[in-house]
Design a protein around this ligand. Sequence first.
Ligand code: ADP
Ligand code: BMX
Length: 291
Amino acid sequence: MMTLAIDIGGTKLAAALVDNRQQITERHTLPTPASQTPDALNSALAELIAPFQGRASRVAVAATGIIRDGVLSALNPDNLGGLARYPLTETLSRLTGLPCLAVNDAQAAAWAEFRALSGAYSEMVFLTVSTGVGGGIICQGKLLTGAGGLAGHIGHTLADPHGPRCGCGRTGCVEVIASGRGIAAAATDELQGMSAKEIFALHLQGHPQAGVLVRRSAQAIARLIADLKAVTDCQCVVLGGSVGLADGYLSLVESFLLQAPAVYHTPLMTAQYQHDAGLSGAALLAQESGL
Ligand code: ADP
Ligand code: BMX
């Protein structure tokens, strides 16, 4: 049975066919529409899934934002604005004629990565450092989604009370400092206007100012991991997202984490599904739910 898996991120949209053995047979990506309106997302989704029409028997979506009863609401409207209550599963069922399951992108990725660890751990956290900073928490082998879908939104815990204001309405969240958007927003002088990808590439070439921005991000993530260790006593943390997977980022986070007392240390790993963790996790959850 084929699943049409869709990943809606703040920067890119991805769709793929996933079979029951989690093999991804085809993948298409599109930029997330810059015009943050329901109509723009409707059109982008229609374009994204067009090549897959009639080729799957269910749809599984991993999406940035809080997902409650198949409805998407942005926690940080700067990342995916204009979508106070976007009817995600209803829209995709209408477009495809198929049943649809939707889950937060980082929660979905956490499930895929937990399954990939084949029962080695029962307590783990997945962390995506991407357009935003998202998370998925596995507790006693179960994915936490919370009463209303908010569980795991660890990018919106405090990194710096004197930091910049976050799009979610709070001040100094981890996301506003460590995310791709946060890295780009803090750039000054010749780095101003560059994306996190460009800044990261310069950091790898030894650019000192770019290095400061990347280390500021990695340090905020390391502090977050120490907090998560204290809250969940997780046996490992898995890192994903394009910043999280970038060359050398995990080792930087590790070096900052090692500066904390040993009780806060936990093994760090890169996502086995790499950039496909959200797609794979949504497909797995749909399969396991018997949709
Ligand atoms: P999404 O948030 O849509 O899931 P990504 O995981 O690709 O998408 O994250 C997008 C962010 O990652 C952007 O801020 C982008 O500039 C940054 N980025 C993309 N590629 C890289 C890279 N190779 N190295 C560092 N940052 C990257
Ligand atoms: C934000 C929030 C989370 C999401 C995280 C990573 C919105 C729109 N999104 O904290 O739900 O999991 O970003 O999202 O409020 P990504 O787009 O970076 O993958």
